[in-house]
Design a binder for this molecule. Sequence first.
Ligand SMILES: *Cc1c(COP(=O)(O)O)cnc(C)c1O
Length: 230
Amino acid sequence: MNEITNRLKAIRNAIKDAAQSAGRNPDEILLVGVSKRQSAAKAMAAVHAGVTILGENYIQEAVEKIETLKDLEASWHFIGHLQTNKARFAVQHFDLIHTVDSIKLAREIDKQAQKIKKIQKILIQINISQESSKSGARADDALALVRGVSLLKNVAITGLMGMPPFFDDPEQARPFFRELAQIRSKIEDAKIPNVLMDHLSMGMSGDFKAAIEEGSTMVRIGTAIFGARS
Ligand SMILES: *Cc1c(COP(=O)(O)O)cnc(C)c1O
């Protein structure tokens, strides 16, 4: 588990370097430790080493892990594709849902949040990869979707999330990160009531430095902290 501490130290340094090279304050960038398909013991080790946010992709696995680790002081973020029929569990267990990409899903989250008197924080996921198989709202539909979701009383939009296609060379991901940052600016300029554009969730183990240089405020890092997934 010492390995996790060492890897984290290296990642924190890399985040700092990337922020400074872009003239940004490193404190603006939150680290989400992606614990999907990693044991509860490893997730716990990461929190003990200073990780404050854990990211999970699969509801059933996540709910079990969150139960196991219920005494742990950590914030849980849902970063996987969310099916409407699982929205209830996401609302019960997660502080932030990164992956809202349709009005239908947002309405279900709103309904479930209302039941437990919660304002559910969410990010709108944009399909910046231009691969039709990937989740996320179309960039052209982003503003209209944000306007629609903004009317829901028990949901609060706090930013955007996106994933570029996979590249070996992170430089190739950079234009996709830049595009997401531009969409964020456009939405910010629209000054929609009940909508914050505080967060840009972008960047993973292989490309977080480029993402930070392009404005990321939340990097979602799994293998670079935990090693290969089971
Ligand atoms: C798995 C996953 C990550 C973490 O990926 P790594 O390459 O292991 O850092 C980040 N974001 C999402 C949405 C994921 O599914």
